[in-house]
Each structure stands twice: as C-alpha cells, then as structure tokens.
Design a protein around this ligand. Structure first.
Ligand code: CU
Length: 349
C-alpha cells in the first residue's frame, strides 16, 4: 500500500515540476499580462500579484493543516474505535468565519478601487479618441480626429493616453491587449470605453477574447506604438491618395481590385468614400478592412499570416482555407490575376 503511494508520488512530483516550469515560461510570452508596458496593465498586474500571494497564503495554510492532521492520524493508527467527538467549539467556529471574511475584504478593497481607478478616462485621453469596431473576424480602427480608418493594426504614439470607444457591428467581441491592459466587451449597438497608455514603443499583440464564431481564434490584431514623429508620418501617409501603380502587373491588379474588391474594401483615392469614414455611418467599401497603405501592414487575414506577396496570394485564392469562417468569398480569379492583385496591394505604402 505504502509502496504504491510512493510510486504515485514519484510520477506526480516531476509532473508538477514540469507544469511549474511551463507556467514560469508564461512571463516571456509576447502577449503576457505579467509583462506590462503601460500604467493600466501595471495597475492590473499589481492586483493579480496581490491576489496571487493571498491565495498562496491560503493554499499554504490549508496544506500545512492537512499535513499536520495526516501526520497526527498516521502516528495514532494503532488506536481503535472513534476519536474523541467534539462539537460546538466556539473558538474554532469564530476563527474559520473571521479569517475568510478578512481575506475577502482584503481582496475586495483593492479590486473595487482598481476597477474604479482604471475606469476613469483621464482628461488627456479625450484629445486622442479612436473608435474600435469588432467585425466577424477583424478589427476596424477609426480615427475621427484625423479622418482615417485602418484594420487590425492600431497605431498610437508612445506616452499618449488613448481613449478607445469600443463597439461591434455584428456579435459580441472582446478587445484585449494583454501588455497594455484592459479587456472590454465590444457590443453591437453600445459603446464601451477603455483607456490605455504605452510607456515603450514596440508592437503589442491583441486578441478578441470573446468567442464570436468560427473565426474567433483568428481575430488577432496589433497595437503599434510609435514615437510621436513616426506616428505623425504614419498619419500623413494614411491621408495620402494611393499612388498610381508603376508596373504593368500592378496596374492590372488595380483594375482587378476595382472590378472585384472595392465594393467591400476601401483604399484612399481609389474607391469613392474612402476618405470620409465617420463612426456609425456605412460608406462604400466599409464591409471589409480598409486597405489604405496595405503594404505597411505586417500581418494579414486577422494577423494569421505575415504580409508577404505569396501569403496574400494564398489568402485571395482561398480565404476559407486560411481562416475558416471568414466572410471574404473566393473571387474565382486565375493565378496570374491573383498575383496581379497581390502585387498592387503590396505596393500600397
Ligand atoms: Cu471576435
């Protein structure tokens, strides 16, 4: 009996060790809440850390008491009959009522204060509003102050408080950038607010955190945190009319785009209406991601593929094969036409 117990322990302990090492690896993941890069995420990590140590304390107390009880029972195994029966121990009952109440209050006070603190949008964020719209299965970012629209890559300047007005056009989504903080539902017909600030430049992965349909797992995006100069350059490039393509292949691609794609996708200066995106209004080409400056994007198809001509051609040829559930149809183009569209789009930068 005792030998089989040891055998089980011999399997269990290394398994726990491997699980521990695996969890320790979480902190270096690119989308980890344990590696915050802004004040909201830091505030939230403080709460996570505080709650974690309280729970570790409870876990340790339970295991120590359990160990003591087992040890005591083990030493007394020769005893026959029932142990002394006690009932109505007031001191014990008060202790195991008061201690959990104290623990719950200790968790409740910082939880409520953090929730309210991060919920107050700072005045500076009012100067920088972005409308975030969840779609099955991609994210639209509208900058009403600048009159620009982009998809799946949210550009913000470093050190700037950003006010995100989050909504959805179809089902419930959830906007989440683990390293910058917050996780807010995107609901159709309702606008939720979330503010963020990034302390360091870089690229921060985001993900839809609410199951929204078949393509949910492929509904990723990036927050690109630029220096103020880089951000201004990006804004200027987004406001420009798309350059006329030079190569014959890209020219053919533009024609094919206008024949096959522009009823769903807008490009500044190419499809009418692309320059007047106003929140809450439908404009020509607003069904799918706005493709202005497409060549600058690092990811495509909800950030499932890196943006290369070959990947783009693969995506155009059969969107369902790349991202099951995607609403983009197969256009029935032949390979040379697909390559032409890819060449045209990759040249937009
Ligand atoms: Cu979603």
């Amino acid at each position: 009996m005792q030998r089989s117990r040891w055998r089980r322990l011999r399997v269990l302990l290394p398994a726990l060790g491997v699980a521990g090492l695996g969890l320790a690896g979480c902190s270096s993941a690119p989308a980890s809440v344990l590696d915050p890069a802004g004040p909201v995420a830091k505030d939230e990590l403080n709460l996570i850390t505080f709650s974690f140590w309280i729970m570790m304390f409870v876990l340790a107390a339970v295991f120590i008491l359990l160990g003591m009880a087992l040890w005591k029972a083990h030493r007394q195994k020769q005893r026959e009959g029932l142990p002394p029966q006690t009932e109505g121990n007031n001191r014990l009952e008060i202790t195991w009522t008061v201690i959990p109440v104290i623990i719950v209050i200790a968790l409740m006070v910082p939880s409520i204060s953090t929730t309210f603190r991060v919920g107050v949008v700072p005045a500076q964020a009012k100067d920088f509003q972005v409308t975030v719209i969840g779609h099955q299965y991609w994210w639209e970012f509208q900058y009403p102050g600048e009159g620009i629209v982009t998809a799946d890559e949210l550009h913000i300047p470093v050190g700037q408080e950003v006010d995100l007005e989050i909504t959805s056009t179809d089902v419930m989504h959830s906007f989440w950038v683990p390293r910058l903080g917050g996780k807010v539902e995107a609901l159709p017909g309702h606008v939720n607010q979330l503010w963020l600030k990034a302390d360091k430049t870089g690229v921060y992965p985001g993900q839809c955190a609410q199951f929204c349909g078949t393509g949910h797992a492929d509904m990723a995006f990036k927050v690109v945190v630029d220096t103020p100069q880089q951000y201004q350059q990006w804004v200027a490039s987004m406001k420009q009319t798309a350059a006329t393509p030079v190569s014959a292949q890209a020219q053919q691609g533009k024609q094919l785009f206008q024949q096959n794609c522009q009823s769903c996708h807008a490009i500044n200066g190419v499809s009418q209406g692309a320059q007047i995106p106003v929140y809450g209004t439908e404009y020509k080409g607003s069904m799918g991601p706005n493709l202005t400056n497409f060549g600058l994007h690092t990811g495509i198809a909800g950030d499932t593929l890196s943006n290369t001509p070959a990947n783009l051609a693969q995506w155009i040829a059969d969107p369902q094969a790349v991202k099951p559930g995607a609403t983009m149809p197969r256009l029935g183009l032949n390979q040379s036409q697909i390559n032409a569209v890819a060449a045209y789009l990759e040249g937009l930068k």
